[in-house]
Each structure stands twice: as C-alpha cells, then as structure tokens.
Design a protein around this ligand. Structure first.
Ligand code: UN1
Length: 505
C-alpha cells in the first residue's frame, strides 16, 4: 500500500463513519499512522477558552439530563450500542490505522464498547440503593444514588475507543454529561466515536444539546479539564506520571478522580502448571497489542523445576511470532506507536543487559521503512528481579526470573510500584487460593490459569498502589459516577433523636 493511499483511505473510512472531512484537513495537530509513519490527517485543536465554554455547556446539559428517568437514559446507550454494531468493522479498522492494532484486536476493542453498552443499559434499570435498619421507631433510612455532574474523560492511545466507552456508557446511564479529551496520538478514532454517538443522539430525539462532546488538544487542554470546577469527576487513563499530576490537582478543588495508571504486571508459573496453556496465555499477555496494554504481562517468575522447559517454549514462540503491518498482513504483532516508544524499548533492553539479562528477540524489523517502528518482542532472562524490571516500559518486553520458593515469587510479584494485574499458572489449589487471598497478589485484577490482559467488562477494572486505585467498567464501579444521599424519613408523630439524646424546648 503506498503512503498516499493510506491518507485517502483513512479519510474515506472516516467519511463512512460520519466524520466531516473539514475536521481532517488544515488543522494544527498532525496525526500519523504507526503502521507506516504516514501523516493521515491534520486535525483542529481547541484552546482553553473553547474547552471551558464546552464544559459550561456540558454542565447545562447535565442539569437537564439528570431529570430524565434512568431507564430512558439507558435507551440512549442502547441506541449507541446499535450504532456501534453497525460500525464495528469500520471503527475496528480505524483503530488499526491509528493505534496499529491487528484486526482482531481492533474489532475486539469495538466489541468491548458494545459489551459495556449492554451492561450500562441493564444498569439503567438498577442503580440500587440500600434500605438500612434504623434505631428510631416509625422511621425509614435509605440510600439514594443521584447523578453527579460533568464527567471529564482523559484517555490514552492504546485503547483509543474502549476506555472512553466504559466511562461514557456508565456516566450517561448514571445521569451525567460527558466531555472527552482523547490522546493527541489518537484523535481520529475519537472523532469517529463522537460521530457514531451523534447518530445515536439524533435517533434518541430529545437529549439535551452538548450532553456528550469531544475536544482535541495536547496536554494543556487536559489541564483545563482537570482544573475546571464544573467537572465533578475526572476519569483519567495513562501513565503514573500523568496521574501524579492529575490526582492532586483535582483533589485540590475537591473534585473526584478515577485514575487508571501504569501496570507492571506479573505471572507466576508453578511446578504443576499446564504448560501449553501457560505458554499460550503468556504469549498473548506479553506480545499481544505489541506490549502496549496497561495489562500487558511484563514479568514472569517461573519455578526452577519447569524453568528450562518454559523458557524453551517461550523462545520458540518469540522467535516464531509474526510481525507485520496490521493493515495488510495477518501478523500477530503490529508496530509500536511512535519513535519515543521505540527509544524506551531500546533503553530498557540496554538496561536489562547491563543488569545481567540475556535477550532473545528485541530487534527492530523493517516492515514499512524508517518512519514506523516494528520490533520482535523481547524475552529477557534475568538473574534476579532488578533494574528495568521495576519500571513499566510500554513495549513488548517480558522479563523472566527463576524462583524456588512460592512465597518469594509472591513477594517479587508484589514488590513493584504498580498494582494492576497479575496471574498464576498452577493446578495446586493451595497455591491458587493463597495467590487470591489477603496475603497473595496485591493487584486489582488477579487471575488463575489465564493471563494478565484481556479482562471482560463485567468486572471492575483498575488497580492499586501506583495504578491509582480507581475502578471502571463493571461490577459496582458505577457508584463512582454518582453521588450518594443518605435519607431518613420520619413517618410517625414523635421526634425521637438518635443516640437517645434529649433536647426538649
Ligand atoms: C488498557 O490497556 O488501558 O483487560 C485497558 C484488558 C482490556 C483493557 C485494557 N480489556 O487488557
């Protein structure tokens, strides 16, 4: 495929998805496809005044939307899910163009959007509060959940559409308005999502204007969102570095955050592991999405009795895996997002070597010339947990270290800043249950006999420690998007005070 054709193909795809071509030309932010380094659009950014005006309008929309009954709000999400089903192939392809994902992962991401819509539609008929026993006669105590306000979403390039949808679908069902700042590396998929949402809004009919909108901006635009008092909740996905800034700034104005930050996810392979299953799970977890998921498996602790077999099987997988352009091959590993990502990968591998690591793979591959960054995933045998193993490098590098004592493996797994996802491969119930127990994995997601990545939307998604502590997606994560009101009603004729206090005037 020639370079020029990718730009026109992208424009055509965006047109089909409903994005006005004027949005793609003449703007101040260049958008590149990591698949071949080609500039595929020049989009328009918003300045601080425009962003603040947009937030004001979103706040007005919130005031109306919160009065719409929740099941009716769910209808908007249902329509959005329908539009997504119709757009799945095209939006998935756009994810491949903009984020470099292989086709099944590009479409898988759209499927994740559809799934969260289904979940949020059901949720719109729930949003349950408790009724609580009260100590006073002829009283009733209960909790009611109310819409919160404007929800600001900051998302990353690596899940350019799904992460927004987890937040947006739930936020809308919960009665909030939404303002989205996508990564400056993936604005095109955001424009497409907005266009798809606009179709759902048109079909819905009477939603307030500016209920759910998007703006494109670099980092400073995100800061405007973070600092605006009308944004009740900032849900931010990205690096721990970003979260360290966003968290305190929002807290300073007593706003709420959901932070979904870095991961440095580990797996433990025990003596009884089903080795074939473990190898497949680790291969997907570590090499899938070219190592650019926050849930990517980055460290592996293998029991000494199965270490040689495991490393041999992994080497075979690493040397055999196909690497290529996701737009015109069926390769399993696509490109890194950009040159910075490539530099980070190379630096980490140098540091690993300096710390005594032995590297298989990790070399740059010439797939589409110099302006794109394809690498063979790297398997790095490390003598102990040291050096770059303590950092999240957003690239396909898997560090492997031997262990002899199970508790040591657990300790090494937990001995990093991040706490997103972890897994264990074992058929031994004691090891499995200990891993899941209070003294086991300290991560928000802990799995047995499946890998660290590829979570379903039904569970709460997020992690502890430097991962930020926020939860998105399923289970009761919706509660973070609403405010809780505790209500006590007296239906009697007396006024008994709690705790037996008397105050007779
Ligand atoms: C992310 O990488 O930011 O569990 C999200 C997974 C996906 C989501 C990843 N469902 O890997």
């Amino acid at each position: 495929m020639s370079s020029a054709s990718l730009r026109s193909q992208t424009a055509e795809l965006l047109g089909k998805l409903g994005v006005n071509s004027a949005a793609l030309e003449g703007g101040d932010l260049a958008v590149f496809s990591p698949t071949n380094g080609e500039k595929v659009a020049d989009v328009h950014t918003s300045n601080a005044d425009q962003i603040n005006a947009q937030i004001d309008k979103a706040h007005e929309a919130f005031k109306q939307w919160r009065t719409v009954p929740a099941p009716r709000r769910g209808e908007l999400v249902r329509l959005f899910g329908e539009e997504l089903r119709a757009a799945k192939a095209d939006l998935g392809r756009l994810v491949s163009i903009e984020a470099g994902k292989i086709p099944s992962e590009g479409e898988g991401e759209v499927q994740e959007m559809i799934d969260i819509c289904d979940f949020a539609v059901g949720l719109s008929r729930q949003l349950y509060g408790l009724t609580i026993a009260t100590e006073r006669p002829d009283h009733r105590m209960m909790e009611t959940w109310h819409p919160l306000g404007v929800v600001g979403i900051i998302s990353a390039f690596n899940f350019p559409v799904a992460v927004w949808s987890w937040n947006a679908a739930i936020a809308l069902a919960c009665g909030n308005s939404v303002v989205w700042k996508p990564s400056e590396k993936s604005p095109l998929t955001a424009l497409a999502c907005q266009a798809i949402m606009d179709r759902a809004l048109a079909r819905f009919g009477d939603a307030p204007d500016n209920l759910i909108t998007t703006f494109i901006a670099e980092r400073e635009g995100g800061e405007v969102l973070v600092d605006n008092k009308k944004v009740a909740l900032v849900s931010a996905t990205g690096s721990t570095r970003m979260g360290r800034q966003v968290g305190p700034r929002v807290a300073e104005r007593f706003g709420r955050t959901i932070l979904e930050l870095g991961g440095n996810n580990a797996g433990i392979v025990c003596p009884s592991a089903d080795m074939d299953m473990a190898v497949r799970a680790i291969a997907f977890g570590a090499m899938g999405t070219a190592g650019q998921r926050c849930t990517t498996t980055r460290r592996l602790f293998v029991h000494e009795s199965v270490y040689d077999d495991m490393v041999a099987a992994l080497k075979k997988a690493y040397l055999g895996v196909t690497i290529g352009d996701p737009l015109n091959s069926d390769a399993l590993v696509g490109p890194l997002i950009d040159k910075d990502a490539a530099n980070n990968m190379e630096k980490a591998l140098e540091a690993a070597k300096a710390s005594g690591g032995t590297i298989t793979g990790g070399e740059r591959m010439d797939v589409n010339g110099d302006a794109s960054y394809y690498y063979r995933p790297a398997l790095v045998e490390m003598p102990e947990q040291t050096g770059p193993m303590f950092e999240e490098t957003f690239a396909p590098i898997l560090y492997v270290t031997k262990y002899s004592d199970f508790d040591d493996a657990l300790e090494m797994q937990n001995d990093v800043g991040a706490g997103l996802s972890a897994c264990i491969f074992t058929l031994n119930v004691r090891e499995a249950e200990k891993f899941l127990s209070a003294v086991g994995s300290d991560c928000g997601i802990s799995n047995v006999n499946i890998g660290t990545s590829g979570a379903e939307i039904g569970g709460a998604f997020g992690g502890e420690k430097e991962t930020g502590g926020g939860r998105e997606s399923g289970s009761d994560a919706w509660k973070a998007y609403m405010r809780r009101s505790t209500n006590t009603v007296n239906y009697g004729t007396a006024l008994p005070l709690a705790q037996g206090v008397s105050f007779d005037i």
